[in-house]
Design a protein around this ligand. Sequence first.
Ligand SMILES: Cc1cc2nc3c(=O)[nH]c(=O)nc-3n(C[C@H](O)[C@H](O)[C@H](O)COP(=O)(O)OP(=O)(O)OC[C@H]3O[C@@H](n4cnc5c(N)ncnc54)[C@H](O)[C@@H]3O)c2cc1C
Length: 262
Amino acid sequence: MHFEDGAKEDFDLTIFADGYNSLGRRYVSPETKQTYRGYVLWRGTVDRRRLSDGGRVLERSFFRLYYREGHAGVYLVPLADRKENVSRANWGCYLPVRDLQAFLVDREGRQHSGSIPPGLMRASRESDRKLWAREALPPYFGDIVEASTDTFAQAIYTADVARYHRNRTCVLGDAGILVQPFTVSGVFKATNDALELAKALNGADHVDEALERWSAKETELGRRLLSVGERLEQLLIWRVPDFEAMDADSLQRWLDEIRSIQ
Ligand SMILES: Cc1cc2nc3c(=O)[nH]c(=O)nc-3n(C[C@H](O)[C@H](O)[C@H](O)COP(=O)(O)OP(=O)(O)OC[C@H]3O[C@@H](n4cnc5c(N)ncnc54)[C@H](O)[C@@H]3O)c2cc1C
């Protein structure tokens, strides 16, 4: 390994767990390109005390709201001090964004890659999206979005890799196969990759063979999750049905289709 300060070190094994934009992935699987999925997650939070009902509706559930080309999640998150009634309403709306590069220019004209940090989204863009939320969401949730300041957005990417190691260099978690967030599997996959690596190496007579077996297993798991993500993406982003036009049977078929994906 060659470090920024010029130092060089030899290691028995190197593990890159450096997230979605991984340097390790570029070494282990140089042919892999990240794929932008055509949408971003636009997010924000607001102190529940600022809501008309103090956020009581949100105590009931995690709310998922659907609209044409996407859906939103809204739920309460506790603050670090966990005092009663100081939690925040947290929300995220998946929104198609065709021209990602233009979207990732901040209010000072700087180009970002992958995300727009809190408070840096162009004011006109943020207010346009808030107007959209007024139209697309029920009024209670439109109010939550309206009351949120310093909103931010993350572009959604996937990446497929053919292997999880190259010689004695490994990738883990999002540095390996990167899947859509609404599969709710990223933390599980990262933890699983690490635990399985420890298991494979524990007492192995041949490290290279153990890495090969581990890599094949994690690649298979990652690809399965990627395929779940691709199918969910169709149902939850690109082909969201018109619920008003549905009867109970067609709604049930839609729910069954989602549940059958594994
Ligand atoms: C919008 C969104 C919502 C999500 N929701 C869920 C969810 O509900 N449930 C779920 O399970 N998963 C969710 N995920 C996915 C989950 O966040 C990731 O899969 C998980 O964090 C991957 O863990 P990781 O350790 O591989 O990478 P990360 O958590 O990204 O950690 C990588 C770390 O490496 C550091 N790093 C990067 N480059 C370098 C470098 N060159 N040198 C040193 N350090 C470096 C980074 O700073 C970071 O701390 C979501 C993801 C997104 C984008």
